[in-house]
Design a protein around this ligand. Sequence first.
Ligand code: GN1
Ligand code: MG
Length: 336
Amino acid sequence: MQAIFDLYKWDIKSCKALHQGLINQTFDIVTKDNSEFILQTINHQIFKQPSNIDYNIRLISQFILQHHPSYIFTHLVPNVHGDTITTLNNRYYRAFKKLPGHALNVLENTTQAEEAAKAFGNFTSLLSPLPIEQLKISLPQFHDLTLRYHQFEEALQKGDSNRITACKDAIAYLQDQKKIVTQYQLFTQSKEVKKRVTHHDTKISNVLFDTTDKAICVIDLDTVMPGYFISDVGDMCRTYLCKVSEEEKDLNLVHIEKSRWEAIQIGYLSAMQPHLSYFELDHFKFAGEFMIYMQALRFLADHLNRDIYYGAKYDGQNYVRAINQIELLKRYQEQI
Ligand code: GN1
Ligand code: MG
């Protein structure tokens, strides 16, 4: 790591790995003059063109500095060469100045749901004058449910046969819910639907809060690219409505907190209502079904593919995540 610290001219006091996110590695850096940074590697097995992420964040950063200079944003910190992305030993790094605030793994109350939803809604609303064609695609077809279903079917063909047999109930349930793919296709084909600057990873740990539960800013901008509002609202429903996360094994704890559903609507629409068409507004509830279902498909497909994408800290972790999401989908369809 010393070589990378040198490239940022950091005289290091401490460097702590943060166990955040499933894809990239994140470090909390404090230098001897007490400056604080976040250093992150970009997983380029997944993000094949890390320069696209860098390009998008710089584009957004410039837009914000020009039009909304007081908006709190994770502006990139350049290295000694003036580059905001650093390649070293075939690894990609970038750094941000650490912002005050803390991230949550699970929500503690309804205010946090409203605040987070408002923060993501504001982000898209604020960037609405930025022509989306200027953004690069950091992960092609990332939230394309048709593709995700196809990948799930491929896993049923080529995946681990023992796992396929053991997961037959979960597989049958997801196949039975295929109508969600059709609904997604109808939604995306509609002329009433627009692509906008979309975060694509609106889980609660991607918002920084202050001590009074006010959202300070949104973080983790790797997947910011043109997309549909159902991606952002959907991931809010997936991760804010329940008191336990996708890692929870005890399915009895997977409940929907109805007050948080109201909070997501109030928060997100306070910024986004003027931007959305009636047709889009009518798909607010569908957003949750779409994202919970897609995540269940992705976790189960990965389990069948022997965890090549998400990895697993214990045998069956992606299966646990998948059945957790299936349970959440059932509760969502019953209660929302
Ligand atoms: C991944 O790495 P992280 O935790 O920010 C994934 C998301 C999933 C999430 C599930 C690029 O996000 O789509 O919703 O795991 N990101 C990518 O926890 O695949
Ligand atoms: Mg992420």
